[in-house]
Write a protein that binds this ligand. Structure first.
Ligand SMILES: Cc1cc2nc3c(=O)[nH]c(=O)nc-3n(C[C@H](O)[C@H](O)[C@H](O)COP(=O)(O)OP(=O)(O)OC[C@H]3O[C@@H](n4cnc5c(N)ncnc54)[C@H](O)[C@@H]3O)c2cc1C
Length: 476
């Protein structure tokens, strides 16, 4: 056997022995399942929401509770595999799974407890937004979550958390009261404003790679069960006029209103005339963060009156329906890539650039989304949490979606080119939760954390001096 081949087969044998050793250890100590490459459920367990991701971890530790997480972290300390942490599995870059290493998988940790008197909820890290909303809405309460009910609360909260009512109630991470986290030394800690304040600071926007969060305690706010919202579809031919008028209306919107604009294809819904289905359109949405009869119509009117629409679907609807209304448009297993800019303003030229690139969208599933920040998001001090974009007024994201692998290059290329074209208008920042596959890690970290990067690195080094979670921190 040639030397090179012998070295390779020795390395392969050593790797297989190490994988067996960690698997044996985990099988003895975990209550949850340990899934290796030979397990019949391996392919299902390694799959994430984005079908573009095809990673093959050595082991998946499906934790059933905090004690399992502690055991997984201890095993990782001993055997030093690459570690990734999986919550809801929705990060576009697929960072919840890794090749060859150990996935600490929290997706089966689904406990939710609501305390309506204290207006708090504690949720384990495998919970998804739809599952949390369902429980809190029993009491007419909500914590501001993401806009798609299938996304995990974990990754979304740890990266900040945009949602339909963020101008009223802040980012998801702004409603965090405390969290339980297993740090690299295997210790279970509570982080809050009073306990482990550095970890708590980092977790709110910079929470990747500081440890494994096992549960989140959120403040709840009175909202629902019915909420008032705007959803108006405008013809694509009028996109530039609508965008400008929308931009002007966002500048005077009260904090009770969170406006959003999507350039997308008309959904095939029974309430929409069939001849419109699939056509490009401008979708203007806004949600009122309070009781529907409490001045909602007047506050929402400027979002609703931006010219003659194709169709106006505005009205009141249950909060849980709102939160899951678009979930069907992002099915599991299709291919996705996203990239976003924070913007301080939307100049006419920026609008033209957005539209120029939007008009080249590669598939009907792809879309461009402009979210409005400000309000409660901006009221949190710029250095009060690791989230570094408090003063930005907008986030613009180019979201490519497609099914055919032959379109990979064109779809990813579209999002990247559109992002490049808009860069001159950006405030220089990007949102970690929308970061796509194959981003340059060091460039990304600067754009995500800005001046907070140094403090964040210091906190990581203090809690994880041996860099157990360094790979998890480097991935978006
Ligand atoms: C269809 C869709 C809609 C979206 N809509 C929104 C939206 O409205 N608002 C918004 O802000 N974002 C949105 N996102 C982005 C979303 O916030 C991120 O994808 C987020 O990472 C999802 O969290 P997850 O737990 O599902 O992700 P995962 O892929 O499981 O995890 C992402 C990363 O977070 C870290 N992580 C996860 N769990 C833990 C844990 N328990 N402890 C420590 N680290 C952990 C890991 O580093 C992991 O790599 C959307 C994404 C998709 C795909």
């Amino acid at each position: 056997m040639p030397d090179e081949q012998r070295t390779t087969s020795t390395a392969t044998a050593e790797t297989a022995t190490a994988e067996r050793a960690i698997a044996d250890r985990l099988r003895l100590s975990l209550r949850g399942e340990v899934i290796d490459r030979g397990h019949p459920g391996y392919d299902e367990a390694r799959a994430v929401w984005n079908g573009l991701i095809d990673r093959r971890p050595a082991l998946i530790a499906r934790c059933s509770g905090t004690a399992d997480v502690v055991e997984a972290v201890r095993a990782a300390r001993e055997h030093r595999p690459v570690v990734s942490i999986r919550g809801g599995g929705h990060q576009v870059a697929g960072s919840g799974v890794c090749d060859d290493g150990l996935v600490i998988d929290l997706s089966r940790m689904k406990g939710v407890h609501v305390d309506p008197a204290a207006r708090t909820a504690r949720a384990q890290a495998g919970v998804r937004w739809g599952e949390l909303d369902r429980e809190t809405q029993l009491h007419g309460l909500a914590t501001p979550g993401g806009e798609i009910s299938a996304t995990g609360i974990a990754g979304l909260t740890l990266g900040g958390g945009f949602g339909f009512v963020m101008r009223t109630f802040g980012l998801s991470c702004d409603s965090l009261r405390s969290l339980e986290i297993v740090t690299a030394d295997g210790t279970v800690r509570t982080a809050s404003r009073d306990e482990e304040p550095d970890l708590f600071w980092a977790a709110r926007g910079g929470g990747r790679g500081i440890g494994v969060v096992t549960s989140f305690e959120y403040d709840l706010h009175a909202l629902g069960p019915e909420v008032a919202g705007v959803l108006v579809l405008h013809p694509y031919e009028r996109a530039e006029d609508v965008l400008r008028a929308w931009r002007d209306a966002t500048c005077t919107a009260p904090e009770t209103v969170t406006p959003e604009l999507l350039l997308w294809s008309v959904p095939a819904l029974p309430v929409i005339p069939e001849e419109l289905h699939g056509a490009n359109c401008v979708m203007v949405g806004a949600v009122y963060g309070g009781p529907p009869d409490d001045g909602a119509s007047a506050a929402l009117a400027p979002q609703r009156e931006l010219g003659p629409p194709l169709i106006d679907l505005s009205g009141t609807l249950p909060y849980v329906t709102l939160q899951s209304a678009n979930t069907w448009r992002f099915p599991d297993g299709e291919r996705y890539f996203m990239k976003s800019h924070f913007m301080d303003e939307l100049s006419d030229e920026a609008i033209r650039t957005v539209l120029d690139w939007d008009s080249r969208r590669p598939t009907p599933e792809s879309l461009t989304v402009i979210r409005t920040l400000g309000g409660a998001v901006a009221r949190v001090g710029p250095d009060d949490s690791a989230f570094a974009h408090r003063s930005a007024r907008y986030n613009v994201s180019f979201d490519a979606g497609w099914q055919d692998p032959a379109l990979d290059e064109a779809a990813i290329g579209w999002a990247r080119s559109a992002w490049d074209a808009l860069r001159p208008f950006s405030s220089g920042g990007t949102y970690v939760n929308f970061a796509g596959l194959g981003e340059d890690a060091s460039e990304l970290r600067g754009a995500v954390f800005g001046s907070h990067e140094e403090r964040l690195e210091g906190i990581r080094a203090a809690y994880d001096p041996e860099g157990l979670f360094a790979p998890a921190a480097r991935r978006p």
